[in-house]
Design a protein around this ligand. Structure first.
Ligand code: NAX
Length: 333
């Protein structure tokens, strides 16, 4: 058996972590023969709940889980970690403006970036889930200059999974018959779920989703809106935000980063932008990526029509705005 690797999950007493920790500890991300040491970070107010989570992890009797280290100290949390799931964030409260939320959260991610820089392994893979996820990932990377920028990513996999599920349901096919739905831009309501390059297998034949659905009004209208507003629909129904599906998406994201994508298939991840497809440079923008040897590469050469370009433009502008607000907060500290 391999040596155990250290994995940190922040917001470990929260509802996403409650599903995520179990999935990780069962070996669904790093493999069924990879022992793990889980570092669980939360804030002092959550210590009691965290103790309960630690008890339940023990009671799961999971063979791969060698040690669990609950802590409120970022030094302990980030020490020697190979992967980081940054889930913990300040939730939006009644009366809080988007700006207030951004300001509270970028401060958290600045401090965590500094701690990663000092204590984590230099090849640590960081997945930011806590919102605003793209901009938090950017700030985290900015304050961790000794770690490559490519190692900081934001989660748009839940949006990809939601979009794929909508298409599979529409075509009455199993979920794995649908591939290559793209999420462009920010994990926010400006994201652009793009089915233009997606494929579906029907009766053993692979064809374009666009042709199979053959309904431009739906694909450019209702479909986009359903995916953009799915998070709000779950909150309205559950009175709590998406947790089980968010945890599954976080596992999918890190699993594919570690294990690679299949030839001809790609997944969407918020990654540092090099300006591909006219996106603004140096923001964390969701692109389709292919992954080989734990390195992602933005898929090149896809055609984006005028409709798509206008959508990329909107979400890119939002990310630039968030970036300048976040940088202003950080430098004012
Ligand atoms: P919860 O409020 O249930 O849990 C958050 C946990 O983070 C709490 O235990 C809290 O004490 C902890 N926390 C707060 N500040 C911390 C800090 N500085 N260090 C460590 N822990 C800290 O939220 P949950 O439902 O688990 O959601 C977590 C985050 O995921 C939220 O920001 C949420 O908006 C975001 N989401 C992102 C998604 C994405 O696709 N990128 C989808 C799901 C989710 O909405």
């Amino acid at each position: 058996m391999a040596e155990p690797i250290r994995i940190v999950v922040t917001g470990a007493a929260g509802q996403i972590a409650y599903s995520l920790l179990y999935m990780i500890a069962r070996g669904e991300v790093f493999g069924k023969d990879q022992p793990l040491i889980l570092h669980l970070l939360d804030i002092p107010q959550a210590v009691g709940v965290l103790e309960g989570v630690v008890m339940e992890l023990a009671d799961c009797a999971l063979p791969l889980l060698r040690e669990v280290i609950p802590t409120t100290d970022p030094v302990v949390a980030f020490k020697d970690v190979s992967a980081a799931f940054l889930v913990g964030a300040m939730p939006r409260r009644d009366g809080m403006e988007r700006k207030d939320l951004l300001s509270a959260n970028v401060k958290i991610f600045k401090a965590q970036g500094q701690a990663l820089d000092k204590y984590a392994k230099k090849d640590v893979k960081v997945l930011v889930v806590g919102n605003p996820a793209n901009t938090n990932a950017l700030i985290c990377s900015h304050y961790a200059p000794s770690i490559p920028k490519e190692n900081f990513t934001a989660m748009t996999r839940l949006d990809q999974n939601r979009a794929t599920a909508q298409i599979a349901a529409k075509l009455s096919v199993p979920i794995d018959a649908v591939k290559n739905v793209i999420i462009w831009g920010n994990h926010s309501s400006t994201q652009f779920p793009d089915p233009k390059h997606a494929t579906v297998v029907v009766n053993g034949q692979s064809k374009s989703v666009w042709d199979a659905i053959n309904d431009k009004d739906f694909l450019q209208g209702k479909f986009v809106e359903i995916v953009q507003k799915r998070g709000a629909a779950v909150i309205a129904a559950r009175k709590l935000s998406s947790a089980m599906s968010a945890a599954k998406a976080a596992c999918d994201h890190m699993h594919d980063w570690y294990n690679g994508t299949k030839p001809g298939e790609y997944v969407s991840m918020g990654v540092v932008s090099d300006g591909s497809y006219g996106a603004p440079k140096d923001v964390i923008f969701s692109f389709p990526v292919e992954i080989v040897n734990k390195q992602w590469k933005i898929v090149q050469g896809l055609t984006v029509d005028e409709f798509g370009k206008s959508k990329l433009d909107i979400t890119g502008k939002e990310l630039l705005e968030e970036k300048s607000e976040a940088m202003a907060v950080c430098s004012a500290e």
